[in-house]
Write a protein that binds this ligand. Structure first.
Ligand SMILES: Cc1cc2nc3c(=O)[nH]c(=O)nc-3n(C[C@H](O)[C@H](O)[C@H](O)COP(=O)(O)O)c2cc1C
Length: 360
């Protein structure tokens, strides 16, 4: 099973709480995390793009670095790990994003890939006058399909004459071509998002919708497996999970409880209000994903594995057995110490990472 890290490009990582570690993002912090990822043999590191935070007392995600430039810097100081930046399709013309990707392919010597996102939080874009309007929600994956098609044409042939509903290329050129195939990740949960991933992506993030047991992700991975059957492709599911692990279950649970006591309800409310602007009726789409009950007890947007090192290792191994799941992408409450705990105490216990011990 592949293991990656969702690096802390924004303040406070993925805990929407006033009692969790409060920190600002920096290149040095992300470098420390990715250096550890390489040291412990992790497969990939990915940064998101977020252009507007959720505010609240914790100023959640109000501080954000930019994804391509961060990954370009990290590419220069690493040598083995696969690096993914996130491409927000509303912000960049596809040939420019394609050229930025080729540049990081060159810096990293073929270790670069892209996470494609269509945008779900209107304010990120309306604040700079580039939100296309509500219709974007309904056609956002059609837009993304044209976008990726142009990028692939440029990467594969150096030129594009693509003409679609959203983009018209006119003998568009992009050289040099990348030195290695640029993999695409996607995070669609809706039917359209899942179908997009099965058509264009190498990996899709599959969600357990905030439930902390590995089995909860199985239906989402199964939807991707079915979508793959229809496209004849083999897009793998990746599960994003927070790890809060300590030597004993009691210590880890005490930390989790402490973070839960400080849930930043104002920031949660902002997130929810933005998500509810999506008129898509698809029950898997972003809007309505977080029930009030969940918001009251879950300070993170994805699930959390809370327990002793042994318990977390066993849970991670369970993910590896779910049909369609190709890997996990981890977040931590405290990233630097969390990476060390993963590398030193958790990974050595994982059957699904036995190849790491063999390599060492
Ligand atoms: C692991 C992961 C990473 C994501 N990264 C971003 C991101 O960087 N920026 C963003 O605006 N949305 C991001 N999203 C949101 C997704 O792109 C997507 O909009 C969301 O999962 C809802 O799926 P849907 O578009 O099919 O409704 C991410 C989601 C996941 C699960």
């Amino acid at each position: 099973m592949q293991v990656g890290v969702f690096i802390p490009i924004a303040n406070n990582g993925w805990l929407i709480s006033t009692t969790s570690p409060q920190f600002k993002p920096s290149f040095d912090l992300n470098k420390a995390v990715v250096e550890r990822a390489e040291r412990y043999g992790m497969d990939f590191a990915l940064s998101m793009i977020k252009l507007r935070g959720f505010g609240g007392a914790s100023q959640f995600w109000d501080y954000n670095l930019e994804s391509f430039t961060l990954m370009a810097g990290l590419a220069a100081v690493t040598s083995r790990i696969q690096l993914f930046a996130t491409c927000s399709v509303l912000t960049l013309p596809p040939p420019l994003a394609a050229r930025m990707a080729v540049t990081i392919d060159s810096i990293s010597h073929g270790r670069f890939g892209l996470n494609m996102i269509t945008g779900w939080q209107e304010k990120e874009y309306s604040q700079m006058g580039i939100w296309p309007g509500e219709a974007h929600h309904l056609r956002r994956y059609d837009y993304c399909a044209e976008y990726v098609t142009i990028m692939r044409e440029l990467w594969d042939t150096g030129r594009s004459d693509f003409r679609g509903d959203f983009f018209q290329m006119d003998d568009c050129r992009c050289l040099p071509m990348p030195t290695a195939r640029i993999p695409i990740i996607c995070a669609g949960q809706s039917d359209k998002g899942t179908e997009f991933a099965a058509r264009f992506a190498d990996y899709n993030f599959c969600s357990s919708f905030g439930v902390n047991t590995p089995g909860a992700v199985a239906p989402s991975a199964a939807r991707l497996v079915e979508a793959n059957r229809l496209t004849g492709r083999d897009c793998g599911a990746l599960v994003v999970m927070m790890v809060i692990a300590e030597a004993t279950q009691a210590e880890a649970e005490a930390k989790w409880e402490h973070y839960r006591n400080g849930i930043d309800m104002e920031a949660m409310g902002w997130r929810q209000a933005q998500a509810e602007k999506d008129p898509t009726t698809d029950k898997y789409a972003a809007a309505g994903r977080f029930t009030e009950k969940l918001r009251n007890r879950m300070p993170t947007m994805h699930g959390a594995l809370v327990g002793s090192y042994e318990q977390v290792a066993a849970l991670l191994d369970e993910y590896a057995t779910i049909p369609g799941v190709r890997g996990v992408m981890l977040t931590f409450d405290e990233f630097v110490s969390g990476m060390d705990k993963f590398g030193q105490f958790i990974q050595p216990l994982m059957r699904s990472r036995a190849h790491m011990a063999a390599a060492a």
